[in-house]
Design a protein around this ligand. Structure first.
Ligand code: 13P
Length: 269
């Protein structure tokens, strides 16, 4: 397994979002167990996203394994300013300094619980790209929006807003995660067909506003109650390029199974 992706080669991506879980010791143990577990997996990009406090320690420990089998590290959020009087915030360059290569942006928990807006998500995405981080931009509808029939319009609005003023080259370093809010932490995953419909809409939107090549290259991850027993069906969908995993990424066993089974399906299809 390697995270050094040759240009133009698309690989499945599996990211574990650890949210607000884990002591420093637990985070290091989980990350090193994941790295050991996926060492034999060829052709996937594997990412873990510990809490801010564990980032530097986890990246230092994972880095010791060498680039050939290195699991990459993401932060769960960042601020859009590079420095200044912004008490409690963390700048993208500080994440790079801590060894991060990715950052999750616009997670629905941040949108819903911390009041993040589409404009904030855009500012954070641009700042992350400016610092050399790869943003994992999260979008997804609430249950009320799905029931109201506005899923595709909501997702397109969030996507357009997040990608405002981002160049095609920068979009080429970005990932999108479709996470229906009603499927997060509920055990109620989207059906593969529901995921595919939205992923296809996202790719079609990028093709229309950018180009077919940019759209084809964009990794679109699915998130929301992904487990070892549903990853195969999700990854079999043509526009599902990987998964952003919450609860099931807190166990190395289940996350490694998701990576292995998901990669196997990807390589076969
Ligand atoms: P769960 O996998 O726990 O549903 O969480 C999904 C998620 O929010 C990942 O970012």
């Amino acid at each position: 397994m390697s995270n050094d992706v040759p240009a133009g080669e698309k690989r499945p991506v599996f990211a574990g979002n650890w949210k607000l879980f884990g002591t420093l010791a637990e985070s290091v143990a989980l990350a090193t167990d994941v790295q050991a577990g996926v060492a034999g997996v060829d052709g996937a990009d594997v990412i873990v996203a510990p809490s801010f406090l564990a980032l530097a320690t986890v990246t230092a420990r994972l880095g010791a394994g060498g680039p050939a089998n290195r699991v990459a590290v993401a932060a769960q959020d960042c601020y859009w300013e590079a420095k200044g009087a912004f008490t409690g915030e963390i700048a993208p360059a500080q994440l790079v300094d801590a060894g991060c290569r990715y950052v999750i942006i616009g997670h629905s928990e941040r949108r819903q619980l911390m009041g993040e807006t589409d404009a904030d998500v855009n500012r954070k995405t641009r700042a992350a790209l400016g610092a050399g981080l790869k943003p994992i931009i999260c979008i997804g509808e609430t249950l009320a929006e799905r029931d109201g029939g506005t899923t595709l319009a909501v997702v397109e609005r969030q996507l357009d807003a997040a990608l405002r003023d981002i160049s095609d080259a920068d979009l080429g370093r970005s990932l999108v995660a479709y996470e229906p809010v009603w499927a997060i932490g509920t055990g109620r995953t989207a059906t593969p067909a529901q995921a595919q419909e939205v992923h296809h809409t996202i790719r079609t939107r990028v093709a229309a506003t950018r180009s077919a090549a940019v759209a084809a290259a964009l990794p679109i991850l699915y998130g929301g109650s992904v487990k070892p027993d549903n990853i195969r069906a999700l990854m079999a969908e043509v526009d599902v390029d990987g998964a952003l995993v919450g609860g099931a990424s807190l166990s190395a066993d289940s996350f490694v199974r998701i990576v292995k089974e998901g990669t196997e399906v990807w390589l076969r299809s």
